[in-house]
Design a protein. Structure first.
Length: 337
């Protein structure tokens, strides 16, 4: 049924004769196909986001239009059928940061500088007023995902009161030191950024996977970029890029660095819980090998002196995800339906 619906959508958009090939997806229920041989030989990308599986293309289109209106390189929307969950998008190509850098390592500082400068530009514009806030309550709940999924994946239920105590501690810090104020894309990392050297300024960075955008703290996407779960960003480059953003934004350096470490703590805890959940609930163990890197980021963030209390709670309740522990989790992985 989904395939016939896609055929109908593409035919109505004038792309019925295009050749189609699958593209790598993400952790969601969305599927992607690359189209070639469209009108006038053009190419495009088909997003298939089935509403019956909880997907909704409207947040993506709203943010895409907002970003494009700021002169940034979100994919242009060529055709859409929100009711059935189909979008036809501009094809920004395959030059993902994660692919370009291994082939051209000398470009790494240039790519990261462009991505940091884009964030500084984006944060000067007011966020859409329809977006929900990525606030302390929500962030604290998500930071507790390891208690719900990671510990159970190891056969270690959380001690009584541990989750509640940790939630209260991190919520208090987030409320005081990381208030939401700017548009945050929330998946701003090397596999969602495309290098477009033929464009200028911030438009050289193509943007993908931003449908979960919210209003959050300016440090959030920067930590997503520099503490990448999928690749190691050299520590000296991380430090230079953090300095670059602080200088470009005019932020108070001490307050921003504290918020950066705090949001890194929140984000990396959330990722640990999500990776465990993807395995146990969704039958996707492929993210488990990334857990040791995420833990390393978490320990680095928790080394900030202001986070000593949170560090103590984390180390008391959450074991390090060593390769051996990740293998144990993989053995408990549910078969994918």
């Amino acid at each position: 049924m989904a395939e016939r619906s896609a055929d109908t959508f593409l035919s109505g958009a004038g792309w019925g004769a295009a050749q189609r090939a699958p593209l790598a997806g993400d952790a969601s229920n969305r599927r992607y196909e690359r189209l070639t041989g469209g009108p006038d030989g053009a190419g495009a990308v088909l997003m298939d986001a089935p509403p019956q599986r909880g997907e909704d293309v409207r947040p993506f289109t709203a943010i895409a239009r907002h970003l494009s209106g700021l002169g940034l390189s979100a994919p242009a929307i060529l055709a859409e059928d929100a009711e059935n969950g189909f979008l036809l998008l501009e094809d920004l190509g395959d030059a993902l940061f994660a692919r370009v850098i291994p082939r051209h390592p000398a470009l790494e500082p240039t790519l990261y500088a462009a991505a940091v400068d884009l964030l500084a530009d984006l944060h000067r514009a007011p966020p859409p007023d329809t977006l929900p806030a990525y606030d302390a309550d929500l962030m604290a709940d998500l930071a507790c995902l390891p208690f719900d999924w990671y510990l159970p994946a190891l056969g270690r239920p959380a001690p009584a009161g541990a989750k509640k105590a940790f939630a209260a501690a991190i919520r208090a810090q987030l409320a005081r030191h990381a208030p939401p104020s700017v548009l945050v894309l929330r998946d701003y990392h090397s596999e969602n950024l495309i290098w477009l050297p033929g464009r200028t300024g911030a438009a050289r960075v193509g943007l993908l996977d931003f449908q979960d955008a919210m209003v959050g703290h300016p440090a959030y996407d920067l930590i997503s970029l520099l503490e990448d779960a999928r690749r190691d960003v050299p520590a000296p480059l991380q430090a230079r890029m953090l300095d670059r953003y602080i200088a470009a934004s005019g932020a108070d350096a001490g307050a921003f660095r504290r918020a950066y470490a705090l949001l890194g703590t929140q984000r990396n805890l959330r990722i640990l819980g999500v990776f465990a959940r993807l395995c146990l609930r969704d039958g996707k163990p492929g993210y488990l090998p990334l857990m040791p890197r995420v833990w390393g980021h978490l320990m680095h963030d928790l080394s900030h002196p202001a986070l000593a209390g949170l560090r103590s709670l984390v180390l008391r309740h959450l074991p390090e995800p060593t390769p051996a522990l990740c293998h144990r989790i993989a053995r408990r992985c549910s078969p994918r339906p």
